[in-house]
Ligand binder design. Structure first.
Ligand code: NAD
Length: 257
């Protein structure tokens, strides 16, 4: 094997990045593209996809695909369109996710199913498509799911979200065993609180004191989207080639207590 000078180099590889219009997905798309990857960027927010695409001029081809990932049967045809436009895939990064703070008393079935569909079932369907010879490029395979510390630690009002992320971690471990013989690695990243539009929406009811109390749960303070994108790049590239079935915690020390 020829070792490239930069082990993070993704030249010639094609990644599908979901949630690419905002926050962690947007930063991930920008970094993977800077590392040389061709991208299929997927999101509900079409204007956000266009803005990211405009930022990614030069380098590998970037194809936007507006899709609602809660529509699970629509994912296989979506992946087919990504492959038709940009070639077989080397990896998938599932960053799209939703969160709602709802106490158990007011939790509704439709609400928790929507969270589970986007955060967990869409991830499984994306992983399943990578098992197809028509989809997977056949080398350097890497799937990264963005999980959360909430999959490992409880938080009031986060029941459905915690369920979706804990299930994601478990699913990824079993999927990693099935896909290892094909050379595809499967890992999760569990971020602590990261300054993205999702956190702004979650925190809009906090006063300054509450915001500080949440930030103080992180010995290193709140994270930035780039902190998670850097970890994604490490797992996506050959730097992560002996890592599979793991949950990488990137949380500014949130879980260290
Ligand atoms: P964000 O809201 O900034 O971005 C999420 C993106 O997902 C948006 O562009 C949104 O349009 C897209 N999306 C949502 N539902 C979709 C659907 N049905 N179909 C297609 N696209 C859809 O959020 P973020 O903070 O960047 O979160 C990214 C991931 O990181 C999520 O999985 C989230 O659970 C996880 N996470 C975030 C934090 C945090 O503090 N921000 C912490 C831990 C984990």
């Amino acid at each position: 094997m020829n070792t490239p000078l930069n082990p993070l180099d993704l030249s010639g590889r094609h990644f599908l990045v979901t949630g690419a219009s905002s926050g962690i997905g947007r930063s991930t798309a920008i970094l993977l593209h800077r590392l040389g990857a061709r991208l299929s960027i997927v999101d509900l927010d079409e204007a956000g996809l266009s803005a990211v695409q405009a930022e990614l001029r030069g380098g590998g081809q970037v194809e936007p695909h507006r899709t609602d990932l809660s529509d699970i049967p629509a994912i296989e045809p979506l992946v087919g369109r990504c492959v038709a436009a940009n070639g077989p895939l080397h990896g998938v990064v599932h960053c799209a996710g939703i969160q709602a703070i709802v106490p158990v008393r007011t939790l509704q079935v439709e609400g928790w199913r929507k969270i589970f569909a986007v955060n967990t079932e869409a991830a499984l369907m994306l992983g399943k498509t990578m098992s197809s010879r028509k989809v997977y490029a056949g080398e350097h395979g890497s799937i990264v799911f963005i999980s959360s510390v909430m999959g490992m630690a409880g938080s009031i009002g986060a029941i459905a979200y915690s369920m979706s992320k804990a299930a994601l971690d478990g699913m990824a471990r079993s999927l990693s065993l099935e896909l290892a013989p094909r050379g595809i690695r499967v890992n999760c990243i569990a971020p602590g609180f990261v300054q993205t539009p999702l956190l702004e929406r979650t925190g809009k009811l906090w006063d300054e004191g509450q915001r500080k109390a949440v930030e103080d749960l992180h010995p290193l303070g709140f994270g930035k989207p780039e902190d998670i994108a850097n970890a994604v790049a490490f797992l996506a590239a050959d730097t992560g080639r002996w890592i599979t079935g793991s949950v990488m915690v990137v949380d500014g020390g949130y879980l260290a207590r």
